[in-house]
Design a protein around this ligand. Structure first.
Ligand SMILES: [Zn+2]
Length: 107
């Protein structure tokens, strides 16, 4: 679990934790573990997923919508998924690259 906390504040403003139901840790996560004890990652198909992912983003916490993914652990499948979702917004920004102006002979 430590990975998220150790990340330099990347998740501190995230709403995601707040949206998790109160029984997330006590029931939902253990139930997902029981269904998939190897934590097979639904993104790459390899075992060892450390993150219980919502397949359809949102507030659907039903078992059918939850599956494991690699987040802190390589190959970090879930991060690629999240960054793909986030990049759509970032790509709208124009890359502003000003050629640095030279003032020859200014002195
Ligand atoms: Zn994976």
């Amino acid at each position: 679990m430590g990975c998220v906390a150790r990340m330099s504040g990347g998740w501190s403003g995230s709403q995601r934790w707040r949206r998790l139901p109160p029984n997330w840790r006590s029931e939902i996560r253990p139930a997902a573990h029981a269904r998939n004890p190897d934590h097979i990652c639904h993104l790459c198909g390899q075992p060892g997923g450390d993150y219980l992912d919502h397949i359809n983003p949102g507030d659907d916490h039903s078992p059918e919508n939850l599956d494991w993914a690699h987040d802190c652990l390589p190959p970090h499948c879930h991060r690629y998924k999240s960054s793909a979702e986030g990049n759509a917004a970032q790509r709208a920004k124009p890359g502003r690259r000003r050629p640095s102006e030279q003032h020859p002979g200014l002195r």
